[in-house]
Design a protein around this ligand. Structure first.
Ligand SMILES: Cc1cc2nc3c(=O)[nH]c(=O)nc-3n(C[C@H](O)[C@H](O)[C@H](O)COP(=O)(O)OP(=O)(O)OC[C@H]3O[C@@H](n4cnc5c(N)ncnc54)[C@H](O)[C@@H]3O)c2cc1C
Length: 494
């Protein structure tokens, strides 16, 4: 049996592992951390679960092709419950309440009541979301491998999206917000993602909710990883935790072996890099093998920015009723600072939908402050002084806790601090480029760039990662694993 070694046990690595085993290959996964999952993870503090990733999973609508992939890798199935939140997110700005309901017409009506003078922009926005419901994540073949005809066919299947792209394809969310006169609507549009994020990402994400594609599978991030690793092991795959890969031995255009940090040398017929490509090409392989398109992405920082977040998690003590509703919300507040910038709103999310994760007495609220690359630089500098870094995390968390209790006085004295992550956390934990847990976002009319799974110059090296396609996320990570295995089989290297 031919052997494939996979470097990285996140979603892309596990997905690749399952698809490779289904091709009758021998598969080993080497993961640097003590648990699988990478960015898709969670942790317990004082009996409370902090779910690091799962806000929604795209591809949960019956009949969707992507759902077939989720079923195949153990993420979804007949017996796995799906939670469908009633809203994408809600906002309350200076007393004005707004909500992006799954029922799009309900939202349209409410927005028109709030701001009749924005009728044209409101109708255009909700019509765009409706059109975006046709968007699907390619799960049969990667965009990078599609020929012209397949590409045209795929684009035609999403023809409705053409008008949205013509109108909003070059806009950021900040520019989309400027179409509206009402300040609360502007804030609602501008504040969920970073202002430089593409308007199309926001419209498409909302479309995943209204179409029924987005849902949360039971068990959240950790449940999803557990099911994937069980599927992988049940097919005969082997997992090695606490096993960071440090270097590789490339001879005559083939990788002969990789070496772990502990000195163990691992040989195989093919090597599949499912870690962040910045780790692959800056640490394990020589930089000279970096694909040209990837070099371009790393270089053009204003055209293809990335983003990260500061996230503070709080446990709710006790079982008393609270007026905060389930799901994600934004609300205006007294200004506070984070990474040297001022914010006048909080983005918070109550986790209590899945009683196996958040039983009564163990509900969790997480507050997120989106961070861009300049913020990452700020955190990196601060991290040089460990105590200043810890102090700043504490200060921001206290500011957020204060604003939560100002908005929900019944939470006073009932919130316990659980943990705080910064972009440095994601850098340390997964080696993430600039601490980003999603991929490049094309802005200013830049084209989407798709990377192939193959590595130029090395015949038996392959890539799987959310970073191979713009914007990233769980579906792109999972499909990249499948595509990498297709590439291994197609190239007949093993
Ligand atoms: C706060 C947050 C919220 C998110 N929300 C959502 C959401 O709601 N929906 C959604 O679809 N996506 C969401 N995402 C994104 C999603 O988590 C990622 O897209 C996905 O998990 C990326 O998977 P990956 O396999 O490409 O990369 P990673 O998860 O980065 O996996 C790479 C793995 O490689 C390992 N590794 C690194 N270096 C080495 C080495 N030298 N040797 C061995 N192993 C190594 C890492 O430890 C890691 O386990 C969110 C992410 C975060 C952090």
């Amino acid at each position: 049996m031919k052997k494939v070694v996979i470097i990285g046990g996140g979603i892309s690595g596990l997905s690749a592992g399952i698809y490779a085993l289904q091709q009758d290959l021998e598969v080993e996964i080497y993961e640097k951390n003590h648990v699988l999952g990478g960015e898709c993870t969670g942790w317990y503090r004082d009996g409370y679960l902090v779910d690091n990733c799962m806000h929604w999973l795209t591809g949960c609508r019956p009949g969707e092709k992507l759902r077939g992939l989720w079923n195949n890798i153990g993420v979804l199935g007949e017996d796995i419950e799906l939670y469908r939140e009633e809203l994408f997110y809600r906002g309350e700005f200076d007393g004005v309440k707004l909500c992006f309901w799954r029922d799009i017409e309900r939202s349209r009506k409410e927005f028109l009541e709030v701001s009749p003078e924005d009728e044209e922009a409101i109708n255009d926005f909700f019509d765009s979301v409706k059109r975006a419901e046709c968007v699907v994540v390619p799960s049969e073949q990667s965009m990078a491998d599609m020929g012209i005809i397949a590409n045209i066919k795929f684009s035609m299947s999403m023809a409705e999206m053409g008008r949205v792209l013509m109108k909003h394809g070059k806009e950021t969310v900040a520019q989309l917000a400027e179409h509206f006169k009402h300040p609360a609507i502007q804030k609602m549009i501008r504040s969920y993602y970073e202002p430089h994020h593409s308007a199309v990402s926001l419209i498409t994400s909302y479309g995943f909710f209204t179409s029924g594609s987005a849902a949360i599978p039971e068990g959240g991030s950790m449940g999803l990883i557990k099911r994937m690793s069980e599927r992988f092991e049940s097919l005969g795959g082997k997992i090695f935790l606490n096993s960071p890969v440090a270097s590789s031995d490339v001879q005559k255009g083939n990788i002969v072996s990789v070496t772990l940090e502990n000195g163990d040398v691992i040989t195989a017929d093919a090597f599949l890099f499912a870690c962040d490509p910045i780790v692959t090409f800056n640490r394990i392989l020589d930089k000279k093998y970096t694909p040209k398109k990837l070099k371009k992405l790393y270089k053009d920082r204003s055209g293809y920015p990335v983003s990260s977040a500061f996230i503070a998690a709080f446990g709710i003590v006790g079982t008393d009723e609270i007026s905060m509703e389930n799901g994600s919300e934004l609300f205006s507040c007294e200004p506070y600072t984070a990474a040297g910038k001022e914010y006048d709103f909080v983005s918070a999310r109550l986790y209590d939908y899945d009683k196996t994760l958040y039983p009564d007495g163990k509900r969790v609220i997480q507050c997120t402050i989106m961070q861009d690359e300049t913020d990452y630089d700020h955190w990196r500098e601060l991290h040089g002084d460990r105590s200043a870094y810890v102090e700043e995390k504490k200060r921001i968390s206290e500011e957020l806790l204060l604003r939560l209790t100002e908005r929900y006085p019944e939470l006073k004295g009932k919130l316990v601090f659980l943990s705080a992550c910064t972009p440095i956390t994601f850098k340390r934990y997964c080696g993430a480029f600039k601490g980003s847990y999603m991929s490049f976002i094309p802005v200013e009319g830049k084209k989407s760039i798709y990377l192939k799974s193959s590595v130029p110059g090395i015949k038996n090296a392959f890539l799987a990662s959310q970073w191979l396609q713009p914007t990233g996320g769980l579906p792109l990570a999972a499909t990249s694993g499948k595509f990498a295995v297709q590439s291994i089989v197609r190239k007949r290297v093993i």
